[in-house]
Write a protein that binds this ligand. Structure first.
Ligand code: PLP
Length: 356
C-alpha cells in the first residue's frame, strides 16, 4: 500500500499569500518600504558569476553575526528564516505525542509544526482584557512538558514579559527540565531581549530573523541562538547549505552599516507614532506595546474591512476573530508614515457606521 503520513495528510495549511506585490502589504509584518534602493544596488554590484555558481559559505557570515551579538559561532545556527529554526527545535526537542506549551493567539506555525510532527500543543489563553497571566503559563508547565514556547514580544498581541516574570518562568523550566524557546522575531522594534539567557544558560533557545526590522523577508534568513550542544542538534537537522548567499551578503552589509539600522528604526518609530496618534484622536481602541504591528478594534465588521481594504484600496491587512473583550479585530503592520497614512485614510472611509 502506498504510504502517506497521517499528520501530513490531516494538516491544514494556508497557501493563499502569493500575488501580493501590487498591494501595500500590511498583513505579514514585513517592512512595506524595505531597505533603501541605492543600498541594495551597491551591495549587489559585487555579485560575480562565481558567487552565484557556488554553494553559499556560511562560516564568514556566522562569524560576522557572532561578533555583532557578542558571542561565538558555537552558539549560533543560521536558518532559512526563523520559521525553519522553530521547526528544527520542535523536531529535535520533542517526541511524538510530546507536550508543547505556548500562548494563544500566537504565531500560527508553532501549532502547525506541532501537528506536522504529531505533538500535543497546549494553548495558554490570554485574559479577557488581553493581558497574560504568567501563573497560567506556569500552571501548564507540568513534568511531562517537553518544550515551552514564548515570544518576546508576542505576535499578534504585542505583549511582553517583565524581567521578574521571565525569571519566574525560566526557574520553573529549569526545575522541571523543560526546554524553552523564545521567539524574538520582533526584536529591535522592542529593544528588550532575553538573548542573554540563551547566551549564558543551557536548555534555552532564542530565534531571531532578518525578515522584520532588517526588511529582508524575501531573502529568508534567520538564526537560532543557544547552548553549543543544543545548537549542534539543530544543525544536524538543517538541509545542506540551507542559507542563501544573497541573504548573507545583504545581511552582512546591514550589520556593518549602523546608519541603515538607525534609519529603519527611526522610520518605524515615526510611522508608529503617527498611527497611534491618529487612532487615539479618532477614538479607536488598540493594543500592541511592542512589535511592528498593532491590534485595532474596528467600529464595524472586521472581516468586511479587510476585504474592502484589499479590493478597493489595494491594502492588505489581517483580521483575528474572538480576541478577548476586543472581539473581532484588525491586525496591521506598522511601517513608515506614508504607508500608515494610506491605511488611516482607508480606515476612515471604510469603517463608518451607517446611520439610519
Ligand atoms: C512571531 C514570529 N516568529 C517567526 C516568524 C517567522 O519569520 P521568518 O521565518 O521570516 O524568519 C514570524 C513571521 O511572521 C513571526 O511572526
Amino acid at each position: 500500500m502506498y504510504y502517506l503520513n497521517d499528520n501530513v495528510k490531516n494538516l491544514y495549511r494556508i497557501f493563499d499569500q502569493n500575488e501580493r506585490k501590487d498591494y501595500v502589504r500590511l498583513d505579514l509584518n514585513e517592512n512595506p518600504g524595505g531597505l533603501p534602493g541605492d543600498f541594495i544596488q551597491t551591495v549587489l554590484s559585487s555579485v560575480t558569476p562565481q558567487f552565484v555558481a557556488q554553494y553559499p559559505e556560511t562560516l564568514h557570515f556566522t562569524e560576522v553575526l557572532a561578533k555583532f551579538l557578542g558571542t561565538d559561532i558555537s552558539r549560533l545556527c543560521l536558518v532559512n528564516g526563523s520559521a525553519e529554526g522553530i521547526r528544527y527545535i520542535i523536531q529535535a526537542f520533542t517526541s511524538p505525542g510530546g507536550r508543547i506549551v505556548g500562548v494563544m493567539p500566537s504565531y500560527f506555525m508553532f501549532q502547525i509544526y506541532s501537528e506536522m510532527y504529531g505533538r500535543q500543543f497546549v494553548k495558554v489563553p490570554y485574559n479577557d482584557d488581553l493581558s497574560m497571566d504568567v501563573s497560567r503559563i506556569i500552571d501548564e508547565m507540568t513534568e511531562e512538558t517537553q518544550l515551552l514556547i514564548l515570544l518576546n514580544p508576542n505576535n499578534p498581541m504585542g505583549n511582553v514579559y517583565s524581567d521578574q516574570e521571565f525569571e519566574r518562568i525560566f526557574r520553573v523550566a529549569q526545575e522541571k527540565e523543560i526546554n524553552v524557546l523564545v521567539d524574538e522575531a520582533y526584536h529591535y522594534f522592542y529593544p528588550k531581549t532575553f538573548i542573554q539567557y540563551a547566551l549564558n544558560h543551557d536548555h534555552i533557545f532564542v530565534t531571531r530573523t532578518f525578515s522584520k526590522l532588517f526588511s529582508m523577508a524575501g531573502c529568508r534568513l534567520g538564526y537560532v541562538v543557544g547552548w553549543p550542544d543544543g545548537v549542534k542538534m539543530v544543525q544536524k537537522l538543517c538541509t545542506p547549505h540551507n542559507t542563501n548567499a544573497f541573504a548573507m551578503k545583504i545581511a552582512e552589509a546591514v550589520l556593518e552599516n549602523p546608519v541603515i539600522l538607525q534609519q529603519l528604526i527611526a522610520d518605524f518609530n515615526e510611522g508608529r507614532q503617527y498611527l497611534i496618534d491618529w487612532l487615539d484622536k479618532n477614538g479607536y481602541r488598540h493594543k500592541g506595546e511592542a512589535g511592528n504591528f498593532l491590534f485595532i478594534k474596528p467600529r464595524t465588521n472586521a472581516q468586511l474591512i479587510v476585504e474592502r481594504m484589499k479590493k478597493e484600496k489595494k491594502i492588505l491587512i489581517k483580521t483575528y476573530p474572538n480576541v478577548g473583550e476586543f472581539g473581532d479585530c484588525l491586525r496591521v503592520t506598522i511601517g513608515a508614515k506614508e504607508y500608515m497614512k494610506q491605511f488611516t485614510d482607508a480606515l476612515k472611509e471604510l469603517d463608518q457606521k451607517i446611520s439610519v
